[in-house]
Write a protein that binds this ligand. Structure first.
Ligand code: GDP
Length: 176
């Protein structure tokens, strides 16, 4: 289908990642959570192939507020149409909410390629300590790939792009 959803709790760097993937600033980034209130899409074009990335609103565990319910619905419906989901977590601040988001989304994500992007690795001083942590996550959750990234500086973002390209069906290549 050529569509990829970027999901995760607020402030993990989803919009920054979308901008980096597209190489241009189309989404909004902010220190303040809840800036992305609707789905924001961007198309990455490379030759005759196109990948559509959808930056979803951050997922919220607390659903008492109407805005949170609305954002959760928008994020969940975004993943219904895609062939690959990039779960973004903050490598510095893994929280119980991340785990709940993963469990919540996993239900709908079985047939899709699921990639865990562990973001903000530029902030992590002890890079060696990251490996056992990534291994532990891999055992806990059955991701197809786990990729440590820096959405800000672009580290490993190309790896996510090539994983997205791998799920392009032949029909998306318009001019064979
Ligand atoms: P979103 O709510 O998940 O879309 O998060 P944003 O993309 O708006 O980013 C939230 C904050 O994290 C902003 O202050 C970003 O500059 C910061 N941020 C995002 N990616 C990175 C990264 O790779 N490294 C660092 N150090 N900060 C990042």
């Amino acid at each position: 289908c050529g569509m990829v959803a970027i999901v995760g709790r607020p402030n993990v760097g989803k919009s920054t990642l979308l901008n980096q993937l597209l190489g241009q600033k189309v989404s909004i980034t902010s220190r303040k959570p809840q800036t992305t209130r609707h789905r924001i899409m961007g198309i990455h074009t490379d030759g005759d192939s196109q990948v559509v990335f959808i930056d979803t609103p951050g997922l919220h565990m607390e659903e008492k507020r109407a805005i949170n319910r609305l954002m959760n619905r928008a994020a969940s419906s975004s993943i219904a149409d895609v062939c690959m989901v990039i779960f973004v977590v903050d490598g510095m601040h893994w929280t119980a909410d991340d785990e709940m988001v993963l469990n919540k989304l996993r239900r709908g994500a079985d047939e899709r390629k699921t990639v865990l992007a562990v973001n903000k690795v530029d902030h992590i001083k002890d890079k060696e300590a990251l490996f056992p942590y990534l291994q532990e996550l891999g055992q806990k959750f059955p991701f197809d790939e786990i990729v440590p990234i820096s959405a800000k500086s672009g580290t490993n973002v190309g790896k996510l792009l090539s994983l997205a390209r791998q799920c392009l069906p032949e029909s998306v290549h318009f001019f064979p």
